[in-house]
Design a protein around this ligand. Structure first.
Ligand code: NDP
Length: 317
């Protein structure tokens, strides 16, 4: 992986969501001269949402793309070196750590902040793309507010789906929970919450095969007991369709060196962004199976930059 033209830096940040940009703001202000690679989706998951109304400091709300542009500009203002490029390979066996960008360029870094985020899983039906931003969402906390007094469906049977269904039930008139099996995988307490919420209707053994609507989602085509002799087509009228079938943390290239849980979330030392590799930190959704909010990601990005600064001064670099 290494060659004589490797670029050497003190702080490399991978990822450009709230965690990456916040780390860049703090690391620049601490004179670490950070280099940040934006990754596959510059601006991260928030660029796919419309209005963000729960990020403190914006009483009128702000669009996801605008928020991310603001964070980027703030990092640039303090001198962060923000570049297009995707980290494709890593060698974290010894410091300085090596990260290959776009399969070619190798960066050697004393500290590494992994802020590569997570990607919501989708069913893979074409209508999810067709109605993206027009009634399809993978984040109830972000978009639920737009469905006050409306009818929505949540797909999934795990804790996230149950939590999102209960959350949406507090806003919407009616919530369908579409579950492919005959039971919920969620914890008992979450299941009870779902069953005790009068405006949630659980549709067990239902699969979604399509969505319909003129200028946005107006309904979903479902199949009950798909593949069985008594399978049945069912259409439901809905205004919003929420995916809650899990997230995939973007941690694959770090797995040879960094510990992850069974889903792939990077394990950090509790209460810190430190990994077991000295000088390597993880911030934001890639290390957070629980909160997954822009503000919590920004908070851990800040922590990671402060940790990087302290680590560099400890090792005298
Ligand atoms: P899970 O992997 O636990 O659940 C995913 C759900 O989506 C399952 O019900 C699964 O169905 C369903 N699913 C997956 N693919 C499809 C598909 N193609 N079509 C239809 N349904 C599909 O993910 P979660 O995000 O719910 O939870 C992740 C982790 O986070 C878990 O460990 C969970 O306990 C934890 N968590 C805890 C919370 C809490 O304690 N408050 C809140 C949120 C999450 P099937 O069951 O058939 O496989």
């Amino acid at each position: 992986m290494s060659n004589s033209t490797n670029e050497k830096v003190r702080c490399l940040i991978i990822g450009s969501g709230p965690a990456g940009y916040t780390a860049a703001i703090y690391a620049s202000r601490a004179n670490l001269s950070p280099v940040l690679y934006e990754g596959i989706q510059p601006g991260g998951q928030l660029t796919t949402t419309t209005e963000v109304e729960n990020f403190p400091g914006y009483p009128e709300g702000i669009t996801g793309p605008e928020l991310m542009e603001d964070l980027k500009q703030q990092a640039l203002r303090f001198g962060a070196d923000i570049r297009f490029g995707i980290a494709t390979e890593t060698d974290l066996s010894a410091a300085p750590y090596k990260v290959t960008i776009d399969g070619e360029k190798v960066i050697e870094t004393e500290t590494l902040i992994i802020a590569t985020g997570a990607t919501a899983k989708y069913l893979g039906i074409p209508d999810e793309q067709k109605y993206a931003g027009m009634g399809v969402s993978a984040c109830a906390t972000c978009d639920g507010f737009f469905y006050r007094k409306k009818v929505v469906a949540v797909v999934g049977g795990g804790d996230t789906a149950c939590e999102e269904a209960v959350y949406l039930a507090g806003l919407a008139k009616q919530v369908y929970l579409i579950v492919r099996k005959s039971y919920l995988r969620a914890s008992k307490v979450m299941q009870e919450r779902v069953f005790n919420t009068p405006n949630i209707m659980v549709l067990f053994e239902h699969n979604t095969i399509g969505l319909f609507g003129e200028n946005g989602v107006e309904g979903a085509h479902l199949v009950k007991r798909m593949g069985e002799s008594d399978e049945e087509k069912v259409d439901i009228a809905i205004d919003g369709f929420f995916l809650a079938i899990g997230h995939k943390p973007n941690s694959d290239i770090f797995k040879p060196w960094i510990e992850t849980d069974e889903v792939g979330y990077i394990k950090t030392i509790p209460g810190t962004p430190r990994t077991k590799v000295a000088g390597v930190f993880a911030a934001g959704d890639v290390a957070d199976p629980h909160y997954r909010q822009a503000i919590t990601a920004a908070g851990t990005g800040c922590q990671a930059a402060i940790e990087a600064e302290r680590y560099l001064s400890e090792i005298g670099k």
